[in-house]
Design a binder for this molecule. Structure first.
Ligand code: FAD
Length: 317
């Protein structure tokens, strides 16, 4: 049997999550003895998936699918799962995948576990570890349906290269016009820089930076680290930064390897959105700022002194 993975892409290129999901599926296939099949929509080059343990790629090319559409994409994945007789379907925990997951789960009559962070503790019964309560806790979820749908949390498993190559097969699912009755007009604000969703490192600024004119040092720090820039809610509310940079409970979730918070107090609503990050660093002039309790490393100091000094030091490497 086959484990089916859905590999997300952007502008015809696979996203990093695609390779992480492939790595996870390969490791899972090692436990279950299954093969790994990927379904890729409008992706030019899928050959690299073979380096992460994918055996076969179902390549879908259809102009109608050029924009993400939850119902249509769920339909494509369902048909791919049925074609392959897949009892396990793995997607990411991105905003789009979380949007299509409930539709797909209903279509496949599958039990769904989102935010999965590890390989199953056991496959019979099937039990997986997930984050809960906005990443403050873990729970073990048992799925007892015949078909299982897993949403893998970003940066939880990592990339694991494997020897091999993936065969390719054109796949033309039948698309129902009803799937396109509601169309999402997506607006991509591409700055040419790393996006928060894909970033390994995020440098984030808060109200402690006093005004938009001081963001130069945040951008410089982000540049030397190859990071995306983000901000707290009040900063975007005041128009200092675009809303697309707002992170937290009501903003974008961040699951980076390194999250650097500058002049951010660490309110519970902010922490809720960034808790999944692996290493958290805070720079704040107030030693009592709540962020210090949540951080792995902290610098008590004036951001206007610490950040430029940090940038200078990092440039030496
Ligand atoms: P502040 O709380 O004003 O903190 C500024 C920090 O900067 C202080 O700790 C201060 O010590 C420090 N500072 C000042 N000067 C310097 C200096 N020179 N150098 C270094 N440090 C300095 N917030 C979010 O961020 N994301 C959300 O998604 C979110 N959702 C919310 C949802 C709800 C329903 C509610 C009620 C609130 C939400 N909030 C959210 C707001 C949240 O409660 C906080 O108000 C907000 O996170 C505070 O932003 P801040 O840390 O930038 O500002």
């Amino acid at each position: 049997m086959s484990i089916l993975i859905y590999t997300e892409s952007e502008e015809g290129k696979l996203k990093k999550t695609a390779f992480e999901i492939a790595s996870y599926a390969r490791a899972l296939a090692g436990q279950t003895g299954d093969t790994v099949t990927a379904v890729a929509v409008n992706v030019d080059n899928t050959s690299e998936l073979g380096n992460y343990g994918v055996d076969k790629v179902l390549k879908v090319s259809d102009e109608k699918l050029s924009r993400f559409n939850a119902r249509a994409y769920a339909d494509v994945i369902k048909q791919a799962a049925e074609k392959e007789g897949a009892k396990m379907v793995i997607i990411s925990s991105s905003a789009n995948d979380k949007y299509l997951a409930p539709i797909l789960a209903v279509n496949l009559q599958a039990g769904y576990a989102s935010n999965v962070v590890a390989l199953p503790e056991s496959t019979d019964p099937f039990r997986v570890k997930r984050t809960a309560f906005t990443n403050k806790a873990f729970n073990i979820t048992e799925i007892s349906t015949d078909v299982k749908l897993i949403g893998l949390s970003k940066n939880s498993f990592g990339l694991k290269e494997a020897e091999g190559s993936a065969s390719e097969e054109a796949f033309a699912p039948s698309l129902d016009d009803k799937d396109f009755a509601v169309r999402t007009e997506s607006v991509d604000k591409t700055t040419g820089k790393v996006t928060i969703a894909d970033a390994e490192i995020v440098v984030s600024g808060g109200r402690g930076l006093k005004g938009p004119e001081n963001w130069g040092m945040i951008e410089e720090l982000a540049d030397v680290l190859g990071a995306a820039t983000a901000c707290s809610k009040p900063v975007s509310d005041m128009g200092w930064r675009p809303h697309s940079e707002h992170v937290g409970q009501t903003g974008k979730p961040v699951a980076a390897n390194l999250y650097v918070a500058v002049g951010i107090s660490g309110a519970i609503q902010h922490l809720a959105g960034i808790n999944a990050s692996k290493v958290k660093v805070v720079i704040n002039s107030d030693p009592e700022a709540p962020f210090f309790k949540a951080a792995d490393y902290g610098v008590v100091g004036d951001a206007f002194e610490v950040v430029p000094a940090l940038v200078e030091k990092l440039k030496e490497f």
